[in-house]
Design a protein around this ligand. Structure first.
Ligand SMILES: Cc1cc2nc3c(=O)[nH]c(=O)nc-3n(C[C@H](O)[C@H](O)[C@H](O)COP(=O)(O)OP(=O)(O)OC[C@H]3O[C@@H](n4cnc5c(N)ncnc54)[C@H](O)[C@@H]3O)c2cc1C
Length: 414
Protein backbone atom coordinates (compact mmCIF):
# COMPACT_ATOMS: atom_id res chain seq x y z
CA UNK A 1 0.00 0.00 0.00
CA UNK A 2 1.24 3.52 -0.86
CA UNK A 3 0.89 6.25 1.80
CA UNK A 4 1.62 9.83 0.80
CA UNK A 5 1.87 12.53 3.48
CA UNK A 6 1.81 16.17 2.38
CA UNK A 7 3.58 18.37 4.93
CA UNK A 8 6.63 17.38 6.97
CA UNK A 9 6.11 19.30 10.21
CA UNK A 10 5.35 17.54 13.52
CA UNK A 11 2.03 16.14 12.24
CA UNK A 12 3.58 14.71 9.05
CA UNK A 13 6.60 13.22 10.83
CA UNK A 14 4.59 11.60 13.65
CA UNK A 15 2.12 10.18 11.14
CA UNK A 16 4.94 8.73 8.99
CA UNK A 17 6.60 7.09 11.99
CA UNK A 18 3.29 5.75 13.35
CA UNK A 19 2.49 4.30 9.93
CA UNK A 20 5.89 2.66 9.67
CA UNK A 21 5.47 1.05 13.10
CA UNK A 22 2.06 -0.33 12.03
CA UNK A 23 2.80 -1.22 8.41
CA UNK A 24 6.39 -2.47 7.98
CA UNK A 25 5.96 -3.31 4.29
CA UNK A 26 4.10 -0.24 2.99
CA UNK A 27 5.55 2.63 0.92
CA UNK A 28 5.61 5.92 2.83
CA UNK A 29 6.50 9.24 1.17
CA UNK A 30 6.74 12.47 3.19
CA UNK A 31 6.49 15.61 1.05
CA UNK A 32 7.67 18.99 2.38
CA UNK A 33 7.75 22.37 0.67
CA UNK A 34 10.48 24.00 2.79
CA UNK A 35 14.15 23.29 1.96
CA UNK A 36 15.23 22.26 5.48
CA UNK A 37 14.87 18.80 7.02
CA UNK A 38 11.65 18.43 9.06
CA UNK A 39 11.84 20.94 11.93
CA UNK A 40 9.82 22.30 14.82
CA UNK A 41 8.55 25.86 14.67
CA UNK A 42 8.27 25.75 18.47
CA UNK A 43 12.06 25.82 18.67
CA UNK A 44 12.39 29.10 16.73
CA UNK A 45 12.35 31.33 19.86
CA UNK A 46 15.29 29.34 21.29
CA UNK A 47 17.13 29.78 17.98
CA UNK A 48 16.54 33.55 18.06
CA UNK A 49 17.72 33.79 21.66
CA UNK A 50 20.85 31.86 20.65
CA UNK A 51 20.30 28.82 22.89
CA UNK A 52 20.39 26.45 19.89
CA UNK A 53 21.68 26.36 16.30
CA UNK A 54 19.36 25.67 13.35
CA UNK A 55 20.08 21.95 13.62
CA UNK A 56 18.62 22.09 17.13
CA UNK A 57 15.21 22.82 15.61
CA UNK A 58 15.23 19.61 13.53
CA UNK A 59 12.56 17.18 14.67
CA UNK A 60 14.81 14.15 14.22
CA UNK A 61 18.55 14.44 14.70
CA UNK A 62 20.19 11.57 12.78
CA UNK A 63 20.89 12.41 9.11
CA UNK A 64 19.69 8.93 8.09
CA UNK A 65 16.72 8.74 10.50
CA UNK A 66 14.06 8.70 7.77
CA UNK A 67 16.08 6.53 5.38
CA UNK A 68 16.56 4.06 8.23
CA UNK A 69 12.77 3.84 8.59
CA UNK A 70 12.36 3.56 4.80
CA UNK A 71 10.39 6.81 4.76
CA UNK A 72 11.08 8.67 1.49
CA UNK A 73 11.54 12.42 1.92
CA UNK A 74 10.58 14.53 -1.07
CA UNK A 75 11.27 18.27 -1.21
CA UNK A 76 8.44 19.80 -3.25
CA UNK A 77 5.12 21.54 -2.76
CA UNK A 78 1.86 19.75 -3.50
CA UNK A 79 0.05 21.83 -6.12
CA UNK A 80 -3.20 19.88 -6.55
CA UNK A 81 -4.89 16.58 -5.84
CA UNK A 82 -6.85 14.42 -8.27
CA UNK A 83 -9.08 12.39 -5.99
CA UNK A 84 -10.43 10.26 -8.89
CA UNK A 85 -7.02 9.26 -10.23
CA UNK A 86 -5.62 9.24 -6.63
CA UNK A 87 -2.62 11.35 -7.50
CA UNK A 88 -0.86 14.43 -6.13
CA UNK A 89 0.77 16.90 -8.56
CA UNK A 90 4.01 18.42 -7.25
CA UNK A 91 5.80 21.72 -7.88
CA UNK A 92 8.83 19.87 -9.32
CA UNK A 93 6.66 18.47 -12.13
CA UNK A 94 6.36 15.05 -10.53
CA UNK A 95 3.21 13.13 -9.65
CA UNK A 96 2.74 10.82 -6.68
CA UNK A 97 0.15 8.05 -6.69
CA UNK A 98 -1.42 7.12 -3.35
CA UNK A 99 -3.73 4.58 -1.79
CA UNK A 100 -4.02 6.59 1.44
CA UNK A 101 -3.23 10.29 1.66
CA UNK A 102 -2.61 12.51 4.69
CA UNK A 103 -2.87 16.30 4.48
CA UNK A 104 -0.59 17.84 7.13
CA UNK A 105 0.26 21.19 5.56
CA UNK A 106 -0.05 23.25 8.75
CA UNK A 107 -0.85 26.94 8.76
CA UNK A 108 0.78 30.16 7.61
CA UNK A 109 0.70 33.67 9.07
CA UNK A 110 -2.43 35.68 8.35
CA UNK A 111 -1.72 39.08 6.84
CA UNK A 112 -3.84 41.81 8.44
CA UNK A 113 -5.47 44.27 6.00
CA UNK A 114 -3.17 47.19 6.85
CA UNK A 115 -1.98 49.37 3.96
CA UNK A 116 1.81 48.99 3.71
CA UNK A 117 1.95 45.58 5.46
CA UNK A 118 3.74 44.07 2.43
CA UNK A 119 6.75 46.44 2.54
CA UNK A 120 10.32 45.26 2.97
CA UNK A 121 11.11 45.31 6.68
CA UNK A 122 7.74 43.88 7.66
CA UNK A 123 8.43 40.29 8.69
CA UNK A 124 6.58 37.29 10.08
CA UNK A 125 7.89 34.74 12.59
CA UNK A 126 6.75 31.36 11.35
CA UNK A 127 9.49 29.58 9.36
CA UNK A 128 13.25 29.11 9.65
CA UNK A 129 13.58 31.50 6.71
CA UNK A 130 11.63 34.09 8.75
CA UNK A 131 13.89 33.46 11.76
CA UNK A 132 17.00 34.20 9.66
CA UNK A 133 15.51 37.52 8.54
CA UNK A 134 14.60 38.46 12.12
CA UNK A 135 18.08 37.52 13.35
CA UNK A 136 19.61 39.76 10.66
CA UNK A 137 17.46 42.79 11.44
CA UNK A 138 16.30 42.65 15.09
CA UNK A 139 19.72 43.33 16.52
CA UNK A 140 21.11 45.30 19.48
CA UNK A 141 19.42 48.71 19.57
CA UNK A 142 17.03 48.04 16.67
CA UNK A 143 13.56 49.52 17.12
CA UNK A 144 11.11 46.66 16.64
CA UNK A 145 7.35 46.89 16.53
CA UNK A 146 5.41 43.67 16.93
CA UNK A 147 1.85 43.59 15.68
CA UNK A 148 -0.20 41.25 17.83
CA UNK A 149 0.11 39.89 21.37
CA UNK A 150 -1.64 36.59 20.82
CA UNK A 151 -0.22 33.09 21.37
CA UNK A 152 2.77 33.40 19.02
CA UNK A 153 3.27 37.11 19.83
CA UNK A 154 3.60 36.41 23.55
CA UNK A 155 5.95 33.47 22.94
CA UNK A 156 8.37 35.42 20.69
CA UNK A 157 8.57 38.66 22.70
CA UNK A 158 11.34 37.37 24.94
CA UNK A 159 13.45 36.21 22.00
CA UNK A 160 13.22 39.61 20.29
CA UNK A 161 13.96 41.54 23.49
CA UNK A 162 16.84 39.17 24.31
CA UNK A 163 18.51 40.22 21.05
CA UNK A 164 18.83 43.73 22.50
CA UNK A 165 16.04 45.23 20.40
CA UNK A 166 13.77 47.95 21.80
CA UNK A 167 10.37 46.27 21.53
CA UNK A 168 6.93 47.84 21.28
CA UNK A 169 3.88 45.61 20.93
CA UNK A 170 0.59 46.80 19.44
CA UNK A 171 -2.45 44.62 20.18
CA UNK A 172 -5.90 45.59 18.93
CA UNK A 173 -7.72 43.51 21.57
CA UNK A 174 -8.50 45.03 24.95
CA UNK A 175 -5.81 42.84 26.54
CA UNK A 176 -2.90 40.58 25.61
CA UNK A 177 -3.79 37.01 24.49
CA UNK A 178 -7.47 37.98 24.29
CA UNK A 179 -8.50 34.69 22.67
CA UNK A 180 -6.69 32.61 25.26
CA UNK A 181 -6.73 34.30 28.67
CA UNK A 182 -9.37 36.04 30.83
CA UNK A 183 -8.76 39.70 31.77
CA UNK A 184 -7.26 38.93 35.21
CA UNK A 185 -4.52 36.67 33.83
CA UNK A 186 -3.91 38.89 30.78
CA UNK A 187 -3.36 41.94 33.00
CA UNK A 188 -0.65 40.08 34.94
CA UNK A 189 1.11 38.97 31.73
CA UNK A 190 1.09 42.55 30.44
CA UNK A 191 2.50 43.94 33.68
CA UNK A 192 5.19 41.19 33.70
CA UNK A 193 6.28 42.04 30.14
CA UNK A 194 6.33 45.77 30.86
CA UNK A 195 8.60 45.10 33.83
CA UNK A 196 10.97 43.41 31.35
CA UNK A 197 11.15 46.64 29.34
CA UNK A 198 8.58 45.94 26.60
CA UNK A 199 6.11 48.71 25.76
CA UNK A 200 2.68 47.19 25.20
CA UNK A 201 -0.24 49.11 23.71
CA UNK A 202 -3.55 47.24 23.97
CA UNK A 203 -6.73 48.44 22.28
CA UNK A 204 -4.44 49.97 19.64
CA UNK A 205 -4.69 49.37 15.90
CA UNK A 206 -2.16 50.02 13.14
CA UNK A 207 -3.87 52.01 10.39
CA UNK A 208 -1.00 52.31 7.87
CA UNK A 209 2.70 51.55 7.48
CA UNK A 210 4.98 53.88 5.49
CA UNK A 211 8.64 53.52 4.65
CA UNK A 212 11.36 56.07 3.86
CA UNK A 213 15.13 56.33 4.20
CA UNK A 214 14.86 56.65 8.01
CA UNK A 215 12.89 53.42 8.44
CA UNK A 216 9.28 52.32 8.88
CA UNK A 217 6.54 54.52 10.29
CA UNK A 218 3.55 52.76 11.79
CA UNK A 219 0.56 55.08 12.08
CA UNK A 220 -1.91 54.04 14.75
CA UNK A 221 -5.61 54.80 14.65
CA UNK A 222 -5.95 57.81 16.92
CA UNK A 223 -2.90 59.64 15.64
CA UNK A 224 0.28 58.27 17.24
CA UNK A 225 3.10 57.30 14.86
CA UNK A 226 5.78 54.82 15.86
CA UNK A 227 9.12 55.09 14.01
CA UNK A 228 10.84 51.72 13.87
CA UNK A 229 13.42 49.69 11.96
CA UNK A 230 11.49 46.41 11.77
CA UNK A 231 7.87 45.31 12.05
CA UNK A 232 7.08 41.72 13.03
CA UNK A 233 3.53 40.74 12.23
CA UNK A 234 2.15 38.11 14.61
CA UNK A 235 -1.56 38.51 14.05
CA UNK A 236 -2.68 34.90 13.79
CA UNK A 237 -2.42 32.02 11.36
CA UNK A 238 -4.60 30.41 8.72
CA UNK A 239 -4.64 26.77 7.56
CA UNK A 240 -2.65 26.17 4.34
CA UNK A 241 -5.38 24.72 2.17
CA UNK A 242 -5.22 26.76 -1.05
CA UNK A 243 -3.88 23.78 -3.03
CA UNK A 244 -7.11 21.84 -2.31
CA UNK A 245 -9.23 24.14 -4.51
CA UNK A 246 -11.23 22.04 -6.95
CA UNK A 247 -10.29 18.77 -5.24
CA UNK A 248 -13.74 18.19 -3.77
CA UNK A 249 -12.25 17.87 -0.26
CA UNK A 250 -14.55 19.82 2.09
CA UNK A 251 -12.98 22.84 3.79
CA UNK A 252 -14.16 25.87 5.70
CA UNK A 253 -11.52 27.75 7.71
CA UNK A 254 -9.55 24.48 7.70
CA UNK A 255 -9.96 20.97 6.32
CA UNK A 256 -13.07 19.33 7.77
CA UNK A 257 -12.52 15.92 9.34
CA UNK A 258 -14.55 13.35 11.25
CA UNK A 259 -13.48 11.80 14.54
CA UNK A 260 -11.16 9.40 12.68
CA UNK A 261 -9.45 12.39 11.04
CA UNK A 262 -10.87 11.40 7.66
CA UNK A 263 -11.82 14.19 5.28
CA UNK A 264 -15.00 14.24 3.20
CA UNK A 265 -13.18 12.02 0.64
CA UNK A 266 -12.53 8.33 1.38
CA UNK A 267 -8.90 7.40 2.13
CA UNK A 268 -7.84 11.04 2.52
CA UNK A 269 -7.07 12.12 6.08
CA UNK A 270 -5.86 15.37 7.63
CA UNK A 271 -4.09 16.37 10.87
CA UNK A 272 -2.53 19.37 12.59
CA UNK A 273 -2.80 23.12 12.07
CA UNK A 274 -4.52 22.69 8.67
CA UNK A 275 -7.52 20.95 10.26
CA UNK A 276 -10.81 22.23 11.61
CA UNK A 277 -12.01 19.54 14.02
CA UNK A 278 -14.65 19.10 16.71
CA UNK A 279 -13.73 20.54 20.10
CA UNK A 280 -13.63 18.26 23.13
CA UNK A 281 -16.70 18.90 25.27
CA UNK A 282 -18.66 21.16 22.88
CA UNK A 283 -18.38 19.45 19.49
CA UNK A 284 -17.98 22.89 17.87
CA UNK A 285 -15.48 22.92 15.02
CA UNK A 286 -12.29 24.97 15.48
CA UNK A 287 -8.67 25.19 14.35
CA UNK A 288 -6.48 24.22 17.31
CA UNK A 289 -3.07 25.39 16.05
CA UNK A 290 -0.81 23.93 18.72
CA UNK A 291 1.79 21.21 18.44
CA UNK A 292 0.28 18.85 21.02
CA UNK A 293 -2.93 18.78 19.01
CA UNK A 294 -1.01 18.20 15.75
CA UNK A 295 0.74 15.20 17.32
CA UNK A 296 -2.51 13.68 18.69
CA UNK A 297 -4.37 14.09 15.43
CA UNK A 298 -1.44 12.71 13.40
CA UNK A 299 -1.29 9.56 15.48
CA UNK A 300 -5.05 8.99 15.16
CA UNK A 301 -5.00 9.64 11.39
CA UNK A 302 -2.05 7.29 10.87
CA UNK A 303 -3.64 4.47 12.87
CA UNK A 304 -6.76 4.73 10.72
CA UNK A 305 -4.66 4.85 7.55
CA UNK A 306 -2.95 1.69 8.77
CA UNK A 307 -6.32 -0.04 9.14
CA UNK A 308 -6.62 0.27 12.94
CA UNK A 309 -9.92 2.10 13.60
CA UNK A 310 -9.24 4.82 16.20
CA UNK A 311 -11.39 7.77 17.18
CA UNK A 312 -10.58 11.17 18.62
CA UNK A 313 -12.44 12.37 21.71
CA UNK A 314 -12.25 15.86 20.22
CA UNK A 315 -9.54 18.48 20.25
CA UNK A 316 -8.97 19.96 23.71
CA UNK A 317 -7.76 23.55 23.62
CA UNK A 318 -4.59 23.59 25.72
CA UNK A 319 -2.55 26.76 25.45
CA UNK A 320 0.69 26.87 27.39
CA UNK A 321 2.66 30.11 27.13
CA UNK A 322 6.14 30.94 28.32
CA UNK A 323 6.36 34.74 28.31
CA UNK A 324 9.70 35.94 29.67
CA UNK A 325 9.69 32.91 31.98
CA UNK A 326 6.14 33.49 33.26
CA UNK A 327 4.25 30.29 32.51
CA UNK A 328 0.54 30.61 31.85
CA UNK A 329 -1.96 28.13 30.51
CA UNK A 330 -5.60 27.92 29.57
CA UNK A 331 -7.62 24.78 28.99
CA UNK A 332 -10.91 23.77 27.41
CA UNK A 333 -13.72 26.26 27.94
CA UNK A 334 -11.57 28.72 29.88
CA UNK A 335 -14.04 31.51 29.09
CA UNK A 336 -16.81 29.63 30.91
CA UNK A 337 -20.16 28.22 29.86
CA UNK A 338 -23.64 29.69 30.02
CA UNK A 339 -25.21 28.98 33.39
CA UNK A 340 -21.86 27.70 34.73
CA UNK A 341 -19.92 28.82 37.80
CA UNK A 342 -16.40 30.01 38.22
CA UNK A 343 -13.90 30.71 40.95
CA UNK A 344 -10.88 32.98 40.64
CA UNK A 345 -7.80 33.41 42.81
CA UNK A 346 -5.28 36.13 42.04
CA UNK A 347 -2.10 37.09 43.85
CA UNK A 348 -1.01 40.08 41.81
CA UNK A 349 2.20 40.69 43.76
CA UNK A 350 3.41 37.11 43.26
CA UNK A 351 2.12 36.83 39.65
CA UNK A 352 -0.03 33.85 40.53
CA UNK A 353 -3.53 33.30 39.18
CA UNK A 354 -5.96 30.41 38.99
CA UNK A 355 -9.47 30.39 37.58
CA UNK A 356 -11.68 27.31 37.29
CA UNK A 357 -14.85 27.06 35.18
CA UNK A 358 -17.57 24.55 36.04
CA UNK A 359 -20.58 23.21 34.18
CA UNK A 360 -22.71 21.73 36.98
CA UNK A 361 -20.21 19.77 39.05
CA UNK A 362 -17.79 19.15 36.14
CA UNK A 363 -14.62 21.14 35.55
CA UNK A 364 -14.79 22.27 31.90
CA UNK A 365 -12.14 24.97 31.67
CA UNK A 366 -9.32 26.63 33.56
CA UNK A 367 -6.66 29.31 33.40
CA UNK A 368 -3.52 29.26 35.49
CA UNK A 369 -0.51 31.52 35.71
CA UNK A 370 2.64 31.04 37.74
CA UNK A 371 1.27 27.74 39.08
CA UNK A 372 2.70 25.01 36.87
CA UNK A 373 2.19 22.19 39.40
CA UNK A 374 -1.58 22.08 38.73
CA UNK A 375 -1.43 21.84 34.94
CA UNK A 376 -1.49 18.04 34.51
CA UNK A 377 -4.22 17.53 37.08
CA UNK A 378 -6.46 20.22 35.58
CA UNK A 379 -6.14 18.61 32.17
CA UNK A 380 -6.95 15.20 33.69
CA UNK A 381 -10.05 16.49 35.46
CA UNK A 382 -11.36 18.17 32.31
CA UNK A 383 -10.62 15.30 29.93
CA UNK A 384 -12.02 12.59 32.20
CA UNK A 385 -15.26 14.58 32.77
CA UNK A 386 -15.17 13.59 36.42
CA UNK A 387 -18.25 14.54 38.47
CA UNK A 388 -16.76 16.41 41.38
CA UNK A 389 -19.76 16.11 43.73
CA UNK A 390 -18.91 17.74 47.07
CA UNK A 391 -15.43 18.64 45.78
CA UNK A 392 -16.94 21.34 43.58
CA UNK A 393 -17.87 23.46 46.64
CA UNK A 394 -14.40 22.92 48.08
CA UNK A 395 -12.77 24.03 44.82
CA UNK A 396 -15.04 27.06 44.59
CA UNK A 397 -13.73 27.99 48.03
CA UNK A 398 -10.07 27.12 47.33
CA UNK A 399 -9.20 26.33 43.67
CA UNK A 400 -5.63 25.32 44.60
CA UNK A 401 -7.12 22.06 45.98
CA UNK A 402 -7.35 20.57 42.45
CA UNK A 403 -4.78 17.86 43.21
CA UNK A 404 -6.69 16.73 46.33
CA UNK A 405 -9.94 16.76 44.30
CA UNK A 406 -8.36 14.71 41.52
CA UNK A 407 -6.96 12.10 43.90
CA UNK A 408 -10.21 11.82 45.86
CA UNK A 409 -12.30 11.44 42.69
CA UNK A 410 -9.85 8.92 41.18
CA UNK A 411 -9.97 6.87 44.38
CA UNK A 412 -13.78 7.00 44.45
CA UNK A 413 -13.92 5.85 40.81
CA UNK A 414 -11.52 2.96 41.52
C1 LIG B 1 7.55 30.80 16.85
C2 LIG B 1 6.56 29.72 17.15
C3 LIG B 1 6.46 29.21 18.44
C4 LIG B 1 5.52 28.21 18.72
N1 LIG B 1 5.44 27.75 19.99
C5 LIG B 1 4.55 26.80 20.29
C6 LIG B 1 4.43 26.30 21.62
O1 LIG B 1 5.13 26.73 22.53
N2 LIG B 1 3.53 25.30 21.85
C7 LIG B 1 2.74 24.78 20.86
O2 LIG B 1 1.96 23.88 21.11
N3 LIG B 1 2.83 25.24 19.60
C8 LIG B 1 3.70 26.23 19.29
N4 LIG B 1 3.76 26.70 18.02
C9 LIG B 1 2.82 26.18 17.00
C10 LIG B 1 3.33 24.86 16.45
O3 LIG B 1 4.59 25.08 15.89
C11 LIG B 1 2.34 24.33 15.41
O4 LIG B 1 1.11 24.06 16.05
C12 LIG B 1 2.87 23.05 14.77
O5 LIG B 1 4.00 23.33 14.01
C13 LIG B 1 1.81 22.40 13.88
O6 LIG B 1 2.36 21.30 13.23
P1 LIG B 1 1.87 20.87 11.77
O7 LIG B 1 2.68 19.68 11.41
O8 LIG B 1 0.40 20.79 11.74
O9 LIG B 1 2.23 22.11 10.83
P2 LIG B 1 3.63 22.76 10.45
O10 LIG B 1 4.61 22.65 11.55
O11 LIG B 1 3.30 24.12 9.95
O12 LIG B 1 4.16 21.85 9.26
C14 LIG B 1 3.52 21.83 8.00
C15 LIG B 1 4.56 21.63 6.93
O13 LIG B 1 3.89 21.44 5.69
C16 LIG B 1 4.58 22.17 4.70
N5 LIG B 1 3.65 22.47 3.60
C17 LIG B 1 2.66 23.40 3.58
N6 LIG B 1 2.01 23.36 2.41
C18 LIG B 1 2.59 22.40 1.67
C19 LIG B 1 2.37 21.87 0.38
N7 LIG B 1 1.39 22.34 -0.41
N8 LIG B 1 3.16 20.88 -0.04
C20 LIG B 1 4.14 20.37 0.73
N9 LIG B 1 4.40 20.84 1.97
C21 LIG B 1 3.63 21.83 2.44
C22 LIG B 1 5.06 23.41 5.43
O14 LIG B 1 6.11 24.02 4.72
C23 LIG B 1 5.49 22.82 6.76
O15 LIG B 1 6.82 22.40 6.74
C24 LIG B 1 4.69 27.69 17.69
C25 LIG B 1 4.82 28.19 16.39
C26 LIG B 1 5.74 29.19 16.12
C27 LIG B 1 5.85 29.73 14.72
Amino acid sequence: MRHVIIGNGPAGVIAAETLRAQRPQDDITLVGAEPEPPYSRMAIPYLLIGDIEEQGTYLRKGADHFAGLRITLRHAAARSIDTQARTVALSDGGTLAYDRLLLATGASPASPPIPGIDQPGVLTCWTLADARKIAASAQQGARVLQLGAGFIGCIIMEAIAARGAALTVVEMGDRVVPRMMPPGAAALIKRWCEAKGVRILTGAKAARIDRDATGLHVHLEGGETLDVDVVISATGVRPQIGFLKGSGIATETGILVDDRMQTSVADIYAAGDCVEAAEFGTGKRFVNAIQLNAADQARIAALNMAGRPTRSQGALAINVLDTFGLISSSFGQWQGVEGGDHTELSDEGAFKYLRLEFDGDMLVGATSLGLTEHVGVIRGLIQSRVRLGKWKARLMHDPTQVMAAYLACAQAAA
